[in-house]
Design a protein around this ligand. Structure first.
Ligand code: HMH
Length: 216
């Protein structure tokens, strides 16, 4: 039977690539370049907009017993979107910008999950939150201003939320046919790949690109 814990264990090298990246290590030491960080910030805001839509679809398909956790998650996403807007304004970044191809691909993938059973959506939703919970936590204490970012996804409350999402996904998986469990496993692997690519996109950001797209 597929469970969230088993997926993390079975695919630990792939999951490590999704959650351990030089981008995060450079945030810890403060050596990340402004254009790299700002690219991540703007693209992640655009990602979270579509992730919020995914959360709404998940709620729409969820059993009533799962509403409490998912409604709390949607409320937290409201705060998160507003927090991104404050962070962008503080840095003079324009959020009305185009998604980069990697962000577009990830958002397209999330949209495609709308057609999958609830167990697959729940597993994918957990995996996406778990990736940031672990990714921002693993490097250890980050220097300011990056500590605020590490705390957003690494704090105790968020860690417990991710555990609750895993429990709900596990419940759905336990009742799902094998073919659906396999679909959930494939979604986990696709998300691991897209998370790795997302860090790499920000890491590879070119100064000129950042200057151009944020100037107007
Ligand atoms: C790319 N993955 C990405 N961005 C996020 N904000 C999260 C996961 C967690 O919400």
């Amino acid at each position: 039977m597929t469970t969230c814990q088993q997926l993390l264990h079975q695919y630990s090298p792939i999951w490590r690539d999704a959650t351990v990246h030089p981008f995060l290590t450079l945030c810890r030491t403060g050596e990340i370049q402004a254009h790299q960080f700002n690219t991540w910030l703007v693209q992640d805001y655009l990602f979270v907009v579509d992730f919020t839509r995914m959360a709404a679809r998940l709620l729409a398909d969820a059993p009533i017993q799962h509403f409490d956790i998912l409604l709390a998650g949607l409320h937290a996403l409201r705060d998160e979107l507003n927090w991104f807007r404050v962070q962008a304004a503080d840095r003079g970044l324009d959020l009305e910008t185009n998604r980069q191809p990697t962000c577009t691909e990830y958002c397209g993938y999330m949209a495609s999950l709308a057609l999958t059973p609830y167990a697959v959506q729940a597993t994918a939703f957990w995996a996406i939150e778990c990736a940031y919970n672990q990714g921002w936590q693993l490097p250890g204490h980050m220097v300011p201003p990056y500590d605020e970012f590490a705390d957003r996804w690494g704090n105790q409350g968020f860690t417990e939320y991710v555990q609750q999402l895993a429990q709900q996904a596990d419940e759905a998986l336990a009742e799902a046919p094998v073919a659906v469990q396999q679909q959930a496993e494939a979604a986990f692997l696709e998300i691991a790949k897209l998370e790795t690519a997302f860090w790499q996109m920000a890491f590879n950001a070119e100064q000129s690109y950042a200057a151009e797209s944020y100037a107007n």
